[in-house]
Design a protein around this ligand. Structure first.
Ligand SMILES: Cc1cc2nc3c(=O)[nH]c(=O)nc-3n(C[C@H](O)[C@H](O)[C@H](O)COP(=O)(O)OP(=O)(O)OC[C@H]3O[C@@H](n4cnc5c(N)ncnc54)[C@H](O)[C@@H]3O)c2cc1C
Length: 348
């Protein structure tokens, strides 16, 4: 998997850039900047690069060997990697934090680098808020895929992964994550897989994959939203409400039905995880003025292509900024740190 193709590496430039996050966005930006001759250091809390592609997308779809080859190409280009290193400012605990052995503050990076790119993705799953969600057997799909991938890569034992063999797995949602749970459930021996979605298959951007799975026996229930998870010791069934779409919005009706299931995985969206929390609320422009840029899912969760394009676009902006502003050091470090504090207090 190529994150950046450098045809002709330019000679060294006197600027250092820190990239936080070694997913497709951060890697594409790192490749571009290294190719242009900048000194680039990439920090990631995980033990290796690739982001969601390495640590969530099933091995059967994108093999780790191809991700590793892409990261190796960047190393050969001169990109410096600091894995198991979490960059912090005011970030809460998130998925994958247990891999971090080192912690570096944004303030320290501001002191050591001329610009920072934050490309930390969207690692916080949106929680399903219905009664019964805490019952054993109910999983957030991103965590489930992450645990399965860690086991497949040999980072963790399979004990953390629920036994899906012979089970009825009910997946709530119809995006990439939901579809990948279907794939893994089938590979791990689930007897039956059902997907339930509050809109129609036509509304899902993964509709082609879903159609393929329907042909292979997966049941797809449209216009259904969970209202309650049922069970005593562990999950036994889900009560759904029928939905209808009115002027583009999903409305819940009074019609109810119940589906039995042994395992539930909900994949109802992911939220951006930035070390500068809530930074997107109107402060991005201000942070850019002090040399802090953003790219990829942390701006808006989408896909690999948009993340790579976003990373390259951010690298262009960083270069432009470095060449115009950094030599003048308009904002000394103390002022920059104070400014971030002001942004956090005043605007978010
Ligand atoms: C299950 C699943 C399946 C998908 N399938 C597809 C698909 O088929 N096609 C497609 O185009 N897209 C797919 N996507 C979406 C795609 O993976 C993402 O859009 C893409 O990976 C986003 O890239 P990114 O670089 O912005 O973020 P990420 O890939 O999320 O990378 C962010 C990186 O930042 C690191 N990080 C986070 N916080 C910190 C911190 N504070 N300090 C240090 N490091 C940090 C993380 O460890 C991670 O490595 C899928 C996503 C999921 C979850």
């Amino acid at each position: 998997m190529r994150f950046y193709v450098c045809r002709d590496r330019e000679s060294g430039k006197p600027f250092r850039v820190a990239v936080v996050g070694a997913g497709p966005a951060g890697l594409a930006a790192a490749g571009h900047l290294a190719c242009k001759g900048y000194e680039v250091h990439v920090y990631d809390k995980m033990p290796e690069g690739g982001g969601m592609v390495a640590f969530a997308i099933p091995e059967a779809r994108i093999p780790i060997s191809s991700v590793r080859a892409g990261v190796r190409a960047l190393e050969e280009l001169g990109v410096n990697f600091h894995f198991r290193t979490k960059v912090i400012y005011d970030s809460p605990k998130e998925l994958g934090d247990e891999w971090a052995e080192h912690f570096v503050s944004i303030e320290r990076l501001l002191g050591e680098f001329d610009a920072i790119l934050i490309a930390t993705g969207a690692w916080r799953p949106r929680k399903l808020k219905v009664p019964g969600v805490e019952l054993p057997g109910v999983y957030d799909a991103l965590r489930l895929l992450h645990d399965i991938k860690l086991a497949r890569l040999g980072y963790r034992s399979w004990h953390k992964v629920p036994d899906l063999k012979g089970k009825h797995v009910l997946v709530i949602g119809a995006g990439y994550t939901a579809v990948d749970v279907v794939l893994e459930a089938k590979l791990l021996g689930a007897e039956k897989v059902t997907m339930a979605y509050r809109r129609s298959i036509e509304h899902s951007y993964a509709k082609n994959e879903i159609r393929k799975y329907i042909q292979e026996g997966v049941e797809f229930i449209e216009y259904a939203t969970p209202v309650r998870i049922l069970g005593d010791e562990r999950v036994e069934a889900v009560e759904f409400a029928k939905t209808k779409i009115v002027e583009g919005s999903v409305l819940t009706t009074d019609e109810r039905f119940i589906i039995d299931a042994d395992v539930i995985a909900y994949a109802i969206g992911q939220l951006p995880t930035s070390p500068i929390r809530e930074v997107m609320c109107a402060s991005e422009k201000i942070l850019q003025d002090v040399g802090i840029f953003f790219a990829g899912d942390v701006v808006a969760p989408r896909n690999i292509g948009t993340a790579i394009r976003g990373g390259k676009a951010a690298a262009h902006k960083i270069e432009e900024w470095l060449l115009r502003k950094a030599p003048r050091r308009v904002f000394p470090i103390a002022a920059t740190t104070r400014l971030i504090g002001d942004v956090m207090r005043g605007r978010c």
